[in-house]
Design a protein around this ligand. Sequence first.
Ligand SMILES: [Fe+2]
Length: 317
Amino acid sequence: MQTFFPVTLSSLKTDTIIGCDIYLLVSDNGRSRYVLYCKGDTAFENEKRELLVRKNVNRLFIGKDDKQKYSEYLESNLQHILSDEKIQPEEKAQIVYGTGTTMLHDVFKEPVHRNIVRSQAFAYNMIDYILRDGRAAYNLLKITSHDYYTYTHSVNVATIGSLFARNIGLNEKDMKSFCTGMLLHDLGKTKISSSILNKKGPLTDEEFGKIKMHPETGAKILRESGSSFKDEYAVILQHHENCDGSGYPYGLKKDDIHYVARLVHIIDIYDALTTRRSYSPPQKPFDSLRLIKTEMYNSVDHAMLKSFIKFLGGHSG
Ligand SMILES: [Fe+2]
């Protein structure tokens, strides 16, 4: 039997092909059933929308197997959705986060040009949304996932990092390339086996050597995909460099590390600590920041950490 997944009427744009069948849940004589309302290959016309608006219906359904198609539909209409005042702020944040994780899942599975371009388009839409919508920060920070997957971690880092970047006054152009870099910062991990990435015990030197290669591998994948990036490379190549020179892959010291990479370094550690890992439960924000301050202080930019703590304090509770 087919199972269904709820979607909202407000997320569907008039006169677009949604790409998957849309159903209504109707009740006849106390029995509920799903009825086909709009076929996936026909346009969702205004008449159809108006009829539902008049009946006060905002909850529609798609087949559970069509979740990917629906997410792709949202992704390609993201700009429209995020500027639509009829859509609730909480729903916008859910759509941004949901389409971001689905999109990155595809990018990490198949890091080719057409997917990498999607991450850039997504980053541009997300930054426009963050800059335009005063409630974006509150709603986005509320929903970042606490379960760790490379792609959810990357969306978390890009979300927290972009909001922090706005907070410390980065301009729009830098925010957009910075956000793209953050989404792709761990792209090189797609070439490391999951048995190493999710290993519970300590890593051998050989395994750690493989982990250390992911910044350069990520940059190589990007270069070979033929995508035209510039500043994004600093985030990917330098996000594991420590200010005291003990990081990898180059052992750069503070002044030689791009300031955006210093920023990502802090958020990368913070998100890894606050999410659930195969080898440890999630830590509370306060405990994570204390751990960075006591045990990793020499590896991070002190002034930036101070600003980050202040930024998080302003958005907690
Ligand atoms: Fe990394």
